[in-house]
Design a protein around this ligand. Sequence first.
Ligand code: CP3
Length: 355
Amino acid sequence: MHPTDRFLAACRREPVDRPPIWIMRQAGRYMSSYRALRERANFMEICRVPANSLEATMMAVDQLGVDAAILFSDILVPLEPMGMTVEFDEGGPKVSKVRDAATIAALRTDVADDLGFVYEAVSLIKSTLRSRSPDATLPLLGFSGSPFTLATYAVEGGTTKNKHALRKLIWDAPELLHQLLAKMTEVVAPYCIRQIEAGADAIQLFDTWGGLLTESEWRTFSQPYTSEVLRRIRAAKPATPLIHYALEASHLVPAMAELPCDVLSVDWREPLSSVRARTGHRFAHQGNVEPGVMTCSSAAIARAVTACMDDFGRLPGHIVNLGHGITPDASVEAARTFVAVAREHGHALWSGAQP
Ligand code: CP3
Protein backbone atom coordinates (compact mmCIF):
# COMPACT_ATOMS: atom_id res chain seq x y z
CA MET A 1 0.00 0.00 0.00
CA HIS A 2 1.23 3.54 -0.72
CA PRO A 3 2.52 4.99 2.60
CA THR A 4 0.41 8.15 2.40
CA ASP A 5 -2.72 6.13 1.55
CA ARG A 6 -1.95 3.75 4.43
CA PHE A 7 -1.64 6.62 6.90
CA LEU A 8 -4.73 8.48 5.69
CA ALA A 9 -6.75 5.24 5.62
CA ALA A 10 -5.75 4.48 9.21
CA CYS A 11 -6.84 7.99 10.27
CA ARG A 12 -10.21 7.40 8.60
CA ARG A 13 -10.59 3.89 10.05
CA GLU A 14 -10.44 2.25 6.63
CA PRO A 15 -8.74 -1.13 6.08
CA VAL A 16 -4.96 -1.18 5.59
CA ASP A 17 -2.36 -3.81 4.66
CA ARG A 18 -0.83 -3.17 8.11
CA PRO A 19 -1.05 -0.28 10.61
CA PRO A 20 1.27 2.69 9.92
CA ILE A 21 4.07 3.37 12.42
CA TRP A 22 5.89 6.48 13.60
CA ILE A 23 7.44 7.61 16.89
CA MET A 24 6.69 10.86 18.75
CA ARG A 25 9.92 12.94 18.97
CA GLN A 26 11.43 10.56 16.44
CA ALA A 27 14.28 13.00 15.74
CA GLY A 28 15.98 13.93 19.00
CA ARG A 29 18.92 13.71 21.33
CA TYR A 30 18.90 9.91 21.48
CA MET A 31 20.40 10.05 17.93
CA SER A 32 24.10 10.78 17.47
CA SER A 33 23.30 12.50 14.16
CA TYR A 34 20.92 14.89 15.98
CA ARG A 35 23.53 15.60 18.67
CA ALA A 36 25.98 16.38 15.86
CA LEU A 37 23.48 18.81 14.32
CA ARG A 38 23.07 20.43 17.76
CA GLU A 39 26.86 21.00 17.86
CA ARG A 40 26.37 23.22 14.81
CA ALA A 41 23.11 24.92 15.74
CA ASN A 42 21.17 25.59 18.92
CA PHE A 43 17.66 24.22 19.19
CA MET A 44 15.83 27.36 18.04
CA GLU A 45 18.23 27.65 15.08
CA ILE A 46 17.22 24.14 14.05
CA CYS A 47 13.55 25.15 14.25
CA ARG A 48 14.06 28.51 12.48
CA VAL A 49 16.24 27.45 9.55
CA PRO A 50 14.30 25.28 7.07
CA ALA A 51 17.43 23.40 5.91
CA ASN A 52 18.14 22.39 9.54
CA SER A 53 14.54 21.38 10.15
CA LEU A 54 14.68 19.29 6.97
CA GLU A 55 17.91 17.63 8.10
CA ALA A 56 16.43 16.66 11.49
CA THR A 57 13.16 15.42 9.98
CA MET A 58 14.97 13.26 7.43
CA MET A 59 17.25 11.69 10.07
CA ALA A 60 14.31 9.87 11.56
CA VAL A 61 12.95 8.90 8.14
CA ASP A 62 16.31 7.58 6.95
CA GLN A 63 17.43 5.79 10.10
CA LEU A 64 14.22 4.26 11.46
CA GLY A 65 12.07 3.11 8.51
CA VAL A 66 8.98 4.87 9.93
CA ASP A 67 5.80 5.27 7.84
CA ALA A 68 5.38 9.01 8.46
CA ALA A 69 7.61 12.08 8.71
CA ILE A 70 6.91 14.86 11.20
CA LEU A 71 7.97 18.45 10.76
CA PHE A 72 10.92 19.16 13.04
CA SER A 73 9.95 22.19 15.09
CA ASP A 74 8.53 22.83 18.56
CA ILE A 75 5.13 23.77 19.94
CA LEU A 76 6.66 26.89 21.53
CA VAL A 77 7.82 28.40 18.20
CA PRO A 78 4.65 30.55 17.65
CA LEU A 79 5.01 32.20 21.08
CA GLU A 80 7.96 34.35 19.95
CA PRO A 81 6.17 36.39 17.28
CA MET A 82 3.29 36.84 19.74
CA GLY A 83 5.74 38.85 21.85
CA MET A 84 7.23 36.34 24.29
CA THR A 85 10.85 35.33 24.59
CA VAL A 86 11.50 31.60 24.20
CA GLU A 87 14.80 29.97 25.11
CA PHE A 88 15.91 26.40 25.57
CA ASP A 89 18.63 25.53 28.04
CA GLU A 90 19.62 22.41 29.94
CA GLY A 91 16.61 22.78 32.24
CA GLY A 92 14.11 22.82 29.36
CA PRO A 93 12.23 25.72 27.78
CA LYS A 94 12.14 29.20 29.34
CA VAL A 95 9.31 31.49 28.27
CA SER A 96 8.78 35.07 29.46
CA LYS A 97 5.91 34.91 31.94
CA VAL A 98 2.45 36.06 30.86
CA ARG A 99 0.26 36.51 33.94
CA ASP A 100 -1.41 39.92 33.97
CA ALA A 101 -4.02 41.77 31.93
CA ALA A 102 -1.62 44.26 30.33
CA THR A 103 0.82 41.56 29.17
CA ILE A 104 -2.00 39.45 27.74
CA ALA A 105 -3.54 42.47 25.98
CA ALA A 106 -0.19 43.29 24.38
CA LEU A 107 0.24 39.84 22.81
CA ARG A 108 -0.04 39.80 19.01
CA THR A 109 -2.24 37.25 17.29
CA ASP A 110 -1.67 38.15 13.61
CA VAL A 111 1.51 36.11 13.53
CA ALA A 112 0.76 33.62 10.74
CA ASP A 113 3.01 35.55 8.33
CA ASP A 114 5.87 35.73 10.85
CA LEU A 115 6.06 31.94 10.84
CA GLY A 116 6.94 31.65 7.16
CA PHE A 117 10.06 29.64 8.00
CA VAL A 118 7.80 26.85 9.33
CA TYR A 119 5.76 26.62 6.10
CA GLU A 120 9.01 26.79 4.11
CA ALA A 121 10.33 23.85 6.12
CA VAL A 122 7.09 21.94 5.46
CA SER A 123 7.29 22.44 1.71
CA LEU A 124 11.01 21.67 1.63
CA ILE A 125 10.47 18.43 3.57
CA LYS A 126 7.51 17.52 1.38
CA SER A 127 9.44 18.02 -1.87
CA THR A 128 12.41 16.10 -0.46
CA LEU A 129 10.14 13.19 0.52
CA ARG A 130 8.64 13.25 -2.99
CA SER A 131 11.95 13.29 -4.83
CA ARG A 132 13.37 10.63 -2.49
CA SER A 133 10.60 8.16 -3.35
CA PRO A 134 8.24 9.44 -6.07
CA ASP A 135 6.08 6.30 -5.98
CA ALA A 136 6.02 5.83 -2.23
CA THR A 137 6.11 9.31 -0.72
CA LEU A 138 5.76 9.29 3.07
CA PRO A 139 2.99 11.40 4.61
CA LEU A 140 4.16 14.51 6.48
CA LEU A 141 2.61 15.57 9.78
CA GLY A 142 2.38 19.18 10.83
CA PHE A 143 1.52 20.11 14.41
CA SER A 144 0.79 22.75 17.00
CA GLY A 145 0.31 22.90 20.75
CA SER A 146 -3.32 23.21 21.84
CA PRO A 147 -4.40 26.65 23.08
CA PHE A 148 -4.46 25.37 26.68
CA THR A 149 -1.00 23.78 26.54
CA LEU A 150 0.52 26.89 24.93
CA ALA A 151 -1.20 29.10 27.52
CA THR A 152 0.19 26.89 30.30
CA TYR A 153 3.76 27.43 29.03
CA ALA A 154 3.13 31.17 28.70
CA VAL A 155 1.74 31.47 32.23
CA GLU A 156 4.25 29.17 33.94
CA GLY A 157 7.25 30.40 31.97
CA GLY A 158 8.37 26.84 31.26
CA THR A 159 7.91 23.27 32.48
CA THR A 160 7.00 23.48 36.16
CA LYS A 161 5.90 20.86 38.63
CA ASN A 162 2.85 22.17 40.45
CA LYS A 163 1.59 24.76 37.91
CA HIS A 164 0.56 27.15 40.68
CA ALA A 165 0.73 30.23 38.47
CA LEU A 166 -1.79 28.59 36.17
CA ARG A 167 -3.87 27.49 39.17
CA LYS A 168 -3.93 31.06 40.41
CA LEU A 169 -5.45 32.22 37.15
CA ILE A 170 -7.94 29.33 37.12
CA TRP A 171 -9.13 30.16 40.66
CA ASP A 172 -8.64 33.91 40.97
CA ALA A 173 -8.81 35.36 37.45
CA PRO A 174 -10.43 32.90 35.02
CA GLU A 175 -11.46 35.74 32.70
CA LEU A 176 -7.77 36.58 32.15
CA LEU A 177 -6.99 32.97 31.30
CA HIS A 178 -9.93 32.97 28.87
CA GLN A 179 -8.50 36.07 27.18
CA LEU A 180 -5.15 34.33 26.77
CA LEU A 181 -6.81 31.13 25.49
CA ALA A 182 -8.82 33.15 22.95
CA LYS A 183 -5.57 34.70 21.70
CA MET A 184 -3.91 31.28 21.41
CA THR A 185 -6.91 30.06 19.38
CA GLU A 186 -6.49 32.98 16.96
CA VAL A 187 -2.84 31.99 16.49
CA VAL A 188 -3.14 28.20 16.31
CA ALA A 189 -5.95 27.80 13.75
CA PRO A 190 -4.35 29.78 10.88
CA TYR A 191 -0.92 28.38 11.80
CA CYS A 192 -2.20 24.82 11.21
CA ILE A 193 -4.07 25.77 8.04
CA ARG A 194 -0.91 27.35 6.59
CA GLN A 195 1.05 24.15 7.36
CA ILE A 196 -1.55 22.15 5.41
CA GLU A 197 -1.34 24.62 2.51
CA ALA A 198 2.44 24.14 2.51
CA GLY A 199 2.05 20.35 2.23
CA ALA A 200 1.26 18.80 5.62
CA ASP A 201 -0.95 15.71 5.16
CA ALA A 202 -2.31 15.66 8.72
CA ILE A 203 -2.18 17.88 11.80
CA GLN A 204 -1.55 16.78 15.38
CA LEU A 205 -2.58 19.08 18.24
CA PHE A 206 -0.62 18.47 21.44
CA ASP A 207 -2.84 19.04 24.50
CA THR A 208 0.01 17.76 26.66
CA TRP A 209 -1.04 19.59 29.83
CA GLY A 210 -4.82 19.13 29.45
CA GLY A 211 -4.63 16.05 31.68
CA LEU A 212 -3.80 18.10 34.76
CA LEU A 213 -7.33 19.52 34.70
CA THR A 214 -10.47 17.92 36.12
CA GLU A 215 -13.07 17.05 33.51
CA SER A 216 -15.09 20.10 34.39
CA GLU A 217 -12.02 22.38 34.18
CA TRP A 218 -10.99 20.79 30.88
CA ARG A 219 -14.46 21.45 29.50
CA THR A 220 -14.04 25.07 30.56
CA PHE A 221 -10.41 25.89 29.70
CA SER A 222 -9.29 23.46 27.00
CA GLN A 223 -12.13 21.83 25.11
CA PRO A 224 -13.90 24.97 23.79
CA TYR A 225 -10.67 26.41 22.38
CA THR A 226 -9.32 23.15 20.96
CA SER A 227 -12.74 22.43 19.43
CA GLU A 228 -12.76 25.86 17.82
CA VAL A 229 -9.28 25.30 16.34
CA LEU A 230 -10.32 21.87 15.01
CA ARG A 231 -13.57 23.26 13.58
CA ARG A 232 -11.75 26.06 11.77
CA ILE A 233 -9.14 23.71 10.31
CA ARG A 234 -11.85 21.27 9.25
CA ALA A 235 -13.91 24.04 7.62
CA ALA A 236 -10.88 25.23 5.62
CA LYS A 237 -9.35 21.79 4.89
CA PRO A 238 -12.06 19.14 5.21
CA ALA A 239 -9.90 16.33 3.78
CA THR A 240 -7.02 16.67 6.25
CA PRO A 241 -7.06 14.24 9.20
CA LEU A 242 -6.84 15.86 12.63
CA ILE A 243 -5.10 14.11 15.53
CA HIS A 244 -5.59 15.14 19.16
CA TYR A 245 -2.88 14.09 21.63
CA ALA A 246 -3.44 13.90 25.39
CA LEU A 247 -1.16 12.86 28.26
CA GLU A 248 -2.43 11.43 31.58
CA ALA A 249 -5.99 12.04 30.47
CA SER A 250 -7.96 8.80 30.97
CA HIS A 251 -10.43 10.77 33.07
CA LEU A 252 -11.08 13.02 30.05
CA VAL A 253 -11.80 10.27 27.52
CA PRO A 254 -15.61 10.73 27.49
CA ALA A 255 -15.20 14.51 27.08
CA MET A 256 -12.52 14.12 24.38
CA ALA A 257 -15.03 12.04 22.40
CA GLU A 258 -16.86 15.32 21.72
CA LEU A 259 -13.88 16.83 19.85
CA PRO A 260 -14.25 17.27 16.08
CA CYS A 261 -11.13 15.24 15.26
CA ASP A 262 -10.36 11.93 13.55
CA VAL A 263 -7.69 10.38 15.76
CA LEU A 264 -7.30 10.33 19.54
CA SER A 265 -3.66 9.81 20.49
CA VAL A 266 -3.30 8.81 24.13
CA ASP A 267 -0.63 7.68 26.59
CA TRP A 268 -0.11 4.15 27.90
CA ARG A 269 -2.16 4.33 31.09
CA GLU A 270 -5.28 2.83 29.50
CA PRO A 271 -5.39 0.12 26.80
CA LEU A 272 -6.43 1.43 23.38
CA SER A 273 -9.24 -1.15 23.24
CA SER A 274 -10.74 0.48 26.33
CA VAL A 275 -10.34 4.03 24.98
CA ARG A 276 -11.92 2.86 21.73
CA ALA A 277 -14.89 1.29 23.51
CA ARG A 278 -15.37 4.33 25.75
CA THR A 279 -15.43 6.65 22.73
CA GLY A 280 -18.04 4.60 20.87
CA HIS A 281 -15.73 3.17 18.17
CA ARG A 282 -15.89 6.54 16.39
CA PHE A 283 -12.18 7.45 16.35
CA ALA A 284 -8.94 6.07 15.08
CA HIS A 285 -6.32 5.78 17.84
CA GLN A 286 -2.62 6.47 17.94
CA GLY A 287 -0.23 5.00 20.46
CA ASN A 288 0.32 3.87 23.03
CA VAL A 289 3.46 1.96 23.99
CA GLU A 290 5.10 3.15 27.23
CA PRO A 291 8.21 5.16 26.14
CA GLY A 292 10.50 3.80 28.89
CA VAL A 293 10.59 0.43 27.13
CA MET A 294 12.78 2.11 24.48
CA THR A 295 15.65 1.96 26.99
CA CYS A 296 15.19 -1.82 27.45
CA SER A 297 16.05 -5.01 25.59
CA SER A 298 14.81 -5.85 22.09
CA ALA A 299 12.78 -8.66 23.62
CA ALA A 300 11.01 -6.23 25.94
CA ILE A 301 10.31 -3.83 23.08
CA ALA A 302 8.89 -6.70 21.00
CA ARG A 303 6.62 -7.74 23.89
CA ALA A 304 5.38 -4.18 24.42
CA VAL A 305 4.68 -3.53 20.73
CA THR A 306 2.91 -6.83 20.07
CA ALA A 307 0.84 -6.45 23.27
CA CYS A 308 -0.29 -3.00 22.15
CA MET A 309 -1.16 -4.19 18.64
CA ASP A 310 -2.91 -7.37 19.86
CA ASP A 311 -4.97 -5.31 22.28
CA PHE A 312 -6.12 -3.11 19.38
CA GLY A 313 -6.68 -6.22 17.26
CA ARG A 314 -7.41 -6.53 13.59
CA LEU A 315 -9.66 -3.51 13.38
CA PRO A 316 -9.10 -0.48 11.17
CA GLY A 317 -7.92 2.74 12.78
CA HIS A 318 -4.62 2.03 14.57
CA ILE A 319 -1.52 4.19 14.14
CA VAL A 320 1.28 2.50 16.07
CA ASN A 321 3.29 4.93 18.19
CA LEU A 322 4.52 5.53 21.72
CA GLY A 323 2.24 7.04 24.35
CA HIS A 324 4.57 10.07 24.65
CA GLY A 325 7.86 11.17 23.10
CA ILE A 326 10.94 8.96 22.93
CA THR A 327 13.48 10.10 25.55
CA PRO A 328 17.19 11.03 25.20
CA ASP A 329 18.29 7.83 27.04
CA ALA A 330 16.69 5.58 24.37
CA SER A 331 18.74 4.16 21.49
CA VAL A 332 18.43 4.23 17.72
CA GLU A 333 18.63 0.45 17.82
CA ALA A 334 15.57 0.38 20.10
CA ALA A 335 13.62 2.70 17.77
CA ARG A 336 14.55 0.52 14.79
CA THR A 337 13.43 -2.58 16.67
CA PHE A 338 10.12 -0.90 17.53
CA VAL A 339 9.46 -0.16 13.85
CA ALA A 340 10.62 -3.55 12.57
CA VAL A 341 8.53 -5.51 15.09
CA ALA A 342 5.43 -3.37 14.48
CA ARG A 343 5.83 -3.80 10.73
CA GLU A 344 6.19 -7.57 10.90
CA HIS A 345 3.44 -8.00 13.46
CA GLY A 346 1.13 -5.71 11.51
CA HIS A 347 1.57 -7.82 8.39
CA ALA A 348 0.92 -10.99 10.38
CA LEU A 349 -2.24 -9.54 11.94
CA TRP A 350 -3.63 -8.19 8.68
CA SER A 351 -2.66 -11.07 6.39
CA GLY A 352 -4.83 -13.37 8.47
CA ALA A 353 -1.95 -15.49 9.72
CA GLN A 354 -1.91 -16.13 13.44
CA PRO A 355 0.33 -13.48 15.00
O1 CP3 B 1 8.07 14.52 17.10
C1 CP3 B 1 9.03 15.07 16.51
O2 CP3 B 1 10.07 14.47 16.21
C2 CP3 B 1 8.87 16.51 16.08
C3 CP3 B 1 9.53 17.48 16.87
C4 CP3 B 1 8.93 17.93 18.20
C5 CP3 B 1 9.74 18.45 19.24
N1 CP3 B 1 8.92 18.91 20.22
C6 CP3 B 1 11.20 18.51 19.21
C7 CP3 B 1 11.96 18.84 20.43
C8 CP3 B 1 7.59 18.02 18.62
C9 CP3 B 1 6.33 17.55 17.93
C10 CP3 B 1 7.60 18.65 19.90
C11 CP3 B 1 6.38 18.97 20.64
C12 CP3 B 1 6.49 19.49 22.01
N2 CP3 B 1 7.38 20.41 22.49
C13 CP3 B 1 5.58 19.20 23.04
C14 CP3 B 1 4.36 18.31 22.91
C15 CP3 B 1 4.69 16.88 23.01
C16 CP3 B 1 5.16 16.46 24.38
O3 CP3 B 1 6.34 16.10 24.48
O4 CP3 B 1 4.34 16.48 25.29
C17 CP3 B 1 5.99 19.90 24.17
C18 CP3 B 1 5.32 19.88 25.54
C19 CP3 B 1 7.13 20.67 23.81
C20 CP3 B 1 7.88 21.63 24.67
C21 CP3 B 1 9.29 21.24 24.82
N3 CP3 B 1 10.23 21.29 23.82
C22 CP3 B 1 9.93 20.80 26.01
C23 CP3 B 1 9.24 20.60 27.35
C24 CP3 B 1 11.26 20.59 25.69
C25 CP3 B 1 12.36 20.24 26.66
C26 CP3 B 1 12.37 18.82 27.01
C27 CP3 B 1 13.37 18.10 26.16
O5 CP3 B 1 13.06 17.02 25.66
O6 CP3 B 1 14.48 18.67 26.02
C28 CP3 B 1 11.43 20.86 24.30
C29 CP3 B 1 12.67 20.74 23.51
C30 CP3 B 1 12.64 19.82 22.33
N4 CP3 B 1 11.63 19.74 21.40
C31 CP3 B 1 13.70 18.95 21.93
C32 CP3 B 1 13.28 18.34 20.74
C33 CP3 B 1 14.05 17.36 19.90
C34 CP3 B 1 15.04 18.80 22.60
C35 CP3 B 1 15.81 20.05 22.37
C36 CP3 B 1 17.30 19.88 22.29
O7 CP3 B 1 17.82 19.56 21.20
O8 CP3 B 1 17.98 20.13 23.29
